[in-house]
Every structure is written in structure tokens, then in C-alpha cells.
Design a protein around this ligand. Sequence first.
Ligand code: UT7
Length: 341
Amino acid sequence: MGITLSRPGIYVPKNVLDNEFFESIIDTTDEWITKRSGIKERRISLEMGITEMGAIAAKRCLEREVITDQEINEVLFATNLHDDNKEFPSHASYVANQVNNPNATAYDVSAGCSGLVYAIRQAYNNMVAEPDLKRALVVGGERLTDMTDYSDRTNCFLFGDGAGAYLLERFDGEEGIINNVAGGRSDTGSVDFPYGELALENKIGLKLISDGAGSYNKKFSKQNYLVMNGKKVFEFAVPIMEHGVRKVLEGTDYDLEDVDAIIPHGANIRIINPAKNRLKRDGFNGEIYTNLEKYGNTSTASVPIAADEAFSKGIIGRGSLVINVAFGAGFTWGANLYRAR
Ligand code: UT7
């Protein structure tokens, strides 16, 4: 018995914010942003919400899969829950209906940028525990622009919007998902940083608001915005990416040499490269694939957005041994090891 992970379906918004845009609103340069993060562009979705983007990604994923009876038993939606309070009751409930499976078990998962990797692990474990579960749909969707203060030059250039979705399905004779790992290193609850090094703060900030005609206006408003101690996040992220990859291989029949592709959470190329160099030194000769230069940090959506492109380019194909690895606010981390089908 195998439980497979499909090629993802994705949705990326049309509106592009390039580094020149940031040069026009904060004290920065294209050169600084590129050198410090690797990001050149990111997409913003001012008109379409998280649930809608997630539903489109989910439908695209299902369209590609050949499902005869259309039955999906579970929908998990990973997000950072910041869509103008529309998270109640859950994004997953909306998606379940949109994919014509209103009777599916549906709930959201919140674990920062590791949310989708956590949700894949959760859906897999549920399917192992409950043989009646045939299929689970796992979605990651974000509108980080909602929580970005475009006057905060320490982080506003990092984030973008988008969604991605995977189908987990039982398939006799397929190896499918081989292992999942997840962990945390909580940085919340301290006196100085009660909500952690990457948190929300209620303050006046600069928002981008849809003008209703495909573009946006800028407006100062008071709400919750992301605030981040970039250095602390960085210190956590660099070793944990490498750790996640090594940990998910532990106890399996595979070593670094067997892995064809690693899809890391796309936060910053300077977080990915050190992990890549150390893994290469220890025998990994596949590809670490990210497209963060085009989409910025899309949190839970970044792994599927990169994986979809890796499939298109033939970097991942049938039989490839693949690792998804992510870290996020909380702090959280996780990885999935699977054989692509
Ligand atoms: O999914 C998880 C999400 N978060 C992350 O992954 C973030 C992890 N952290 C990072 O990616 C990096 O910390 C950043 C890219 C956010 C910042 O890079 P850094 O190398 O840690 O820069 P820094 O904060 O140490 O700032 C270096 C200098 C400072 O000037 P001084 O003190 O050296 O004179 C800053 O004031 O760069 C200055 N600076 C900027 N300069 C131009 C800060 N922001 C900017 C800016 N443009 N936007």
C-alpha cells in the first residue's frame, strides 16, 4: 500500500511588485534586496482572497489527476490566517465545497511557513490510521501583503501572495510518501517577545489596497502587521533546513546520494545556499530548486509554487526522490520525503 503525493496545482496572482517599486517607497536599492535575499519580484493579490486562491490551486491539482469517483475525504488548508478575519470557520471548509466534496473532513493548519509540510504529514498520518480515507487534499494559501507594512524596510520586500495544493491518494504498488518529520523550537511567550521573533504587531503601517481596476492605492492604516527580528529568524533557519533534510532520510532506505530534488521553503537564497553547500559536500548531487527570485516568500505556498515549476522543467519527474523542507514562525520546521509519480 502506498500513499502518493501528486504534482501540485498552483495559483499565482498577476500583479507584480519588482524591486524598483520598493526603491520608490522605502530607502533601499535593487542591488541591496537582490544581494541580501535573492528576490527580484513578488506577486500581490489585492482582489482575490486566500480561500479563492487556494480553491483555484486545488481545482488545478485535481484537474491534472485522474480521479474516477471524485471522492475526497479530507481537506486541510495551511495558512497564516490573516484574510480580514475570513478565516472563520475555516478556509478548508470553503475549498471542500468548491471541489464538490462538502462532506469531507475540513480544517485549517497554522504553523507559520511550515504549515503545508506539517499538513502533508498530518494528512498522511490520518490516512495511515484510517484505511477508509482514500484521498486528502492539502492546500497552502497566503495573502501576506495583507499583513505587510510597506513602510517597514526591514521586511516588506520579502513577501508575496499565492497558493498551491497537493492530492494525497492511496495507490497500490506505488512507493509514494516515504517519511515525514516535523518539529519546533518555540520562541513565543517570553517577556521581550511574547509572540516570538516573527510576529504580528498592532501599529500604523502602509498598506496596499485594491483600486478595483487591477491596480492598488497606498494608505496608512492601523492594524496587525508582521514584525520580525530578521537576524534571529536567519539564525534559526540556516541550520534547520539542513537538519530537516537529514532527519527525514533517517531510518529510511535512502541517503543524500539518492535524492533527486529538494524543494526548500523560499524565504531567502542566503538561507538556502549554506544548506545546499553542506548537503552537496556530504553526497547530495541532485538539485535544490527554488523560484523565490520571482515570487518572494509566499510562506505555505512557496514549496508547491517551486515544485510545480520543477515538474515543468523536468527536474522532478516520475520516480524522482524528492524532499520538501520548510521552516517558519513559531518556530517550526518540517520535511516530507516522497517518490514522485
Ligand atoms: O519565512 C520566514 C520569514 N523570514 C525570513 O526568512 C527572514 C530571515 N532574515 C532575513 O532574510 C534577513 O535578516 C533580511 C533579508 C531580512 C535582512 O538581511 P540582513 O543581512 O540580516 O540585514 P540587517 O537587518 O542586518 O541589515 C543590514 C544593514 C543595516 O544597516 P547598518 O546597520 O549595517 O548600517 C540595515 O539598516 O542594512 C540596512 N537595511 C537596509 N538597507 C537597504 C535594512 N533593510 C534595508 C533595506 N534596504 N530594505
